[in-house]
Design a binder for this molecule. Structure first.
Ligand code: MEZ
Length: 565
């Protein structure tokens, strides 16, 4: 690293960046001799998490006081949304279609609504899980409406960089994959869901290849596989550093060939519809551009609304797309569907800290999978870079806040170095450009040559480990309601390993699509779609003394966007 390359850094960062350069040779030599920081024991991991992980901060979380998962702990910001009142559009709808005299009382929210659209399957969410579900449901003969909050494809799927885990190489097996997930999730995952996912993974890989997805391969055609944090075998398959974008490309291409699917963009769901038997029979959508309400009646509903990063728990930045505001959790919870594992959130260890305009966006774990190390301001390695994410996150936070070994950036934030240039030293020149084409070009345009300079990182809110309780077929406790992807809980338990989100959305997106289509084909004609489920929930809110004030779903973060009407 010459002084020339370092000149892009503000003066305050340069001296520490030089220390990274100086320690590199010794670190490379250690690596060649197999000397590395050991992975922590389970008890040390537990102690570190309790000491420094944001999940354990005092005042950060609280228990729900109403609903089917009453007593479950979760971040306060999320609990407040789950225990909130419906959006004004729902009130307006009831006034128009129902009895305006009684619409404001909880006991009167049971009017039958007249549908604007009638379909077999309604998919809520246009990311990877929703699109995979729609494709399969339509293949099974269902008429499908896919409603998405922003444009089709705007989702965390598209933001996913580093890859998808599939145990398809000789030295690996689905059983090994299973064990890694169970251990990484602190043995709290639903084993049936995990088994379904790991055994179906090789078929998913083949399906995506058939759709045209371009995975990284050797000239022989053999797939390249890499380590992720907490993997006992190399099994992360990637498409450069744009794996999710590439996945979304082929899914959208496939879906565009299916005439049975209609897409409603900028049309988030703001409430589920239920019938008098408590079955899900559609949803109310609210067009984000006009505020217009659309009532969609369906024989089966698939919830695939993604995660919650844009709620910025404890003020953390996020790697998530702007629509990640926990809408699906709100809808499902009001309808009486239980939730799980929301007490532990995933903070990706290496969100960007410098350059500051990219704060919170990902520095993919694939960098560490290929050898980039995490270093403190003295250029010292203080944690094995491929610990499970929650452990690495806690170690970085402790190093910066407790030990004072972070690097302070001009805006006041603190971070640690991710020594990306190590990768070319280990694997040969050209590796960084070839393996990280997206980030290489992006940073190059800002004057930062990733082959030469380390970047500063700090944990960023990345993933919703838990969510709606589902069964292996994608069903939920509510008849007619299916769910897939980040909105669900159970696969990852209390901590997800890298590369299992893209796999999960494919496996359970497809399963939910199939199950919903079968349910729709065998179910009777839908009658009386309404909002009866709100009655019980709002009564509980009133009894708990929670007055109308906060309304949800929120739909968009409150900054940098025009709020929906
Ligand atoms: O699974 C993920 O979250 C992932 C692959 C992220 C990344 O670091 O690229």
């Amino acid at each position: 690293m010459s002084t020339n390359y370092l000149s892009v850094f503000p003066e305050a960062l340069r001296e520490s960046a030089r220390l990274v350069q100086r320690s590199r040779e010794a670190r490379l030599s250690n690596r060649q001799r197999g000397i590395r920081i050991e992975s922590l024991s389970l008890s040390d991991r537990r102690a570190l998490l309790a000491e420094a992980h944001p999940d354990y901060r005092e005042g950060g979380r609280r228990a729900l006081v109403v609903g089917t998962s009453k007593g479950s702990e979760m971040p306060c910001e999320l609990a407040n949304l789950l225990e909130s009142w419906p959006r004004p559009s729902i009130m307006r709808l009831l006034k128009e279609q129902g009895d305006s005299q009684v619409a404001s009382r909880a006991g009167a929210w049971i009017e039958t609504l007249t549908p604007d659209i009638i379909t077999d399957v309604l998919v809520i969410g246009g990311g990877g899980a929703g699109t995979a579900a729609a494709i399969v449901a339509a293949e099974k003969g269902a008429k499908v409406v896919l409603a998405t909050k922003l444009r089709h494809g705007d989702s965390n799927t598209r933001m996913a960089e580093g890859g998808m885990q599939v145990a398809d190489h000789e030295c690996d097996s689905p059983a090994q994959h299973f064990l890694d997930i169970m251990g990484g999730g602190h043995f709290s995952s639903n084993a049936d869901l995990v088994e379904a996912m790991v055994t179906e993974a090789p078929a998913i890989l083949r399906w995506l290849e058939e759709l045209g997805m371009l995975f990284d391969k050797y000239p022989t055609g053999r797939m390249k596989v890499r380590h992720g944090g907490g993997t006992s075998r190399k099994r992360v398959h990637a498409a450069g550093d744009v794996t999710g974008l590439e996945m979304m490309r082929v899914l959208k291409d496939r879906m565009n060939c299916q005439e049975e699917i209609s897409v409603l963009q900028f049309s988030p769901a703001v409430e589920l519809l239920t019938d008098e038997n408590g079955r899900a029979v559609g949803a109310v959508l609210e067009q984000i551009t006009t505020g217009k309400v659309i009532v969609v009646q369906a024989k089966a509903v698939i919830l695939a609304t993604g995660g919650f990063g844009r709620l910025h728990f404890q003020g953390f930045p996020t790697s998530n797309h702007p629509g990640a505001t926990a809408d699906g959790l709100v809808l499902a919870y009001r309808a009486g569907v239980p939730l799980r594992d929301l007490q532990n959130c995933q903070y990706h260890p290496t969100g960007v800290m410098f350059p500051e305009k990219l704060t919170g966006l990902l520095l993919t774990e694939k960098f560490r999978g290929l050898g980039a190390q995490i270093l403190n301001r003295h250029g010292e390695e203080f944690v094995f870079s491929l610990e499970p994410r929650d452990v690495t996150t806690a170690a970085i936070i402790r190093e910066c806040t407790e030990f004072g070994n972070g690097v302070t950036v001009p805006g006041g934030g603190v971070g640690v170095w991710l020594d990306i240039p190590m990768i070319d030293f280990i694997h040969g020149r050209g590796t960084i450009e070839r393996e990280f084409p997206g980030r290489y070009k992006e940073y190059h345009a800002m004057g930062l040559d990733l082959r030469q300079v380390p970047l500063l990182a700090f944990p960023t809110l990345h993933y919703q480990n838990g969510g709606v309780v589902i069964w292996p077929n994608g069903g939920t406790d509510m008849p007619g309601l299916f769910a897939a992807g980040e909105v669900t809980g159970g696969v990852h338990g209390r901590n997800r390993l890298m590369g299992n989100a893209l796999l999960e959305i494919m496996v359970f997106g497809r399963r939910a699509g199939l199950s919903a289509a079968e349910f729709a084909a065998t179910s009777r004609h839908v009658q009386d779609p309404g909002l009866g489920h709100l009655e019980a929930f709002l009564e509980q809110l009133e009894s708990a003394g929670i007055q109308p004030g906060i309304t949800a779903p929120r739909l968009l973060p409150t900054y940098g966007t025009v709020q929906p009407v």
